[in-house]
Write a protein of this length. Structure first.
Length: 163
């Protein structure tokens, strides 16, 4: 378990810094693009594509960081209305269902990356596998975070007065 925790800690630290740097880069490119368009009358060719790809990476990695920190929205009306044992069972099933979903989209995401490895972006000239990789990498990080959350959930002793 300590290996999973350590892996997640390192991965989420890298993801957090990547999100910060990506957002900082976007914060610099947007005013540059506005200045170029309205003051100089000349926009760069690469700005729009760079912003799109940066936003995709920031969104996917930020989603993984947010999952770890508990920022996701949750509807607990079902588990709140169940007895503690049944609520725990439903929560465990939801973790397993989430793992299955994340494994599915990670697998097919990497398949999509492989299919697009020879395609090149129109203005940046980078392989399209780089922007496409944001999805399976983000989902893979979410998979490991959810795995850690499931292990923590299963190893926690029920208190009996959970609601």
């Amino acid at each position: 378990m300590w290996l999973l925790r350590r892996f997640n800690a390192i991965t989420l630290k890298v993801a957090s810094w990547t999100v910060i740097l990506s957002m900082a880069a976007m914060a610099m490119v947007v005013p540059y693009e506005v200045f170029g368009r309205y003051v100089l009358g000349n926009m760069s060719m690469w700005g729009s594509e760079f912003l799109q790809y940066s936003l995709v990476w920031a969104s996917m990695l930020g989603g993984a960081v947010g999952l770890r920190r508990g920022y996701q929205v949750g509807i607990t009306s079902l588990t709140d209305s169940l007895p503690p044992g049944a609520a725990r069972f439903v929560q465990a099933v939801s973790h397993v269902a989430m793992l299955a979903f994340l494994a599915f989209v990670t697998y097919y995401g990497f398949d999509q990356v492989a299919m697009n490895r020879s395609q090149v972006s129109s203005t940046l000239g980078i392989p399209m596998s780089i922007p496409y990789a944001a999805l399976p990498i983000g989902f893979l990080i979410m998979f490991f975070v959810t795995m850690e959350q499931l292990v923590d959930f299963l190893s926690a002793k029920p208190t009996g007065n959970e609601k």
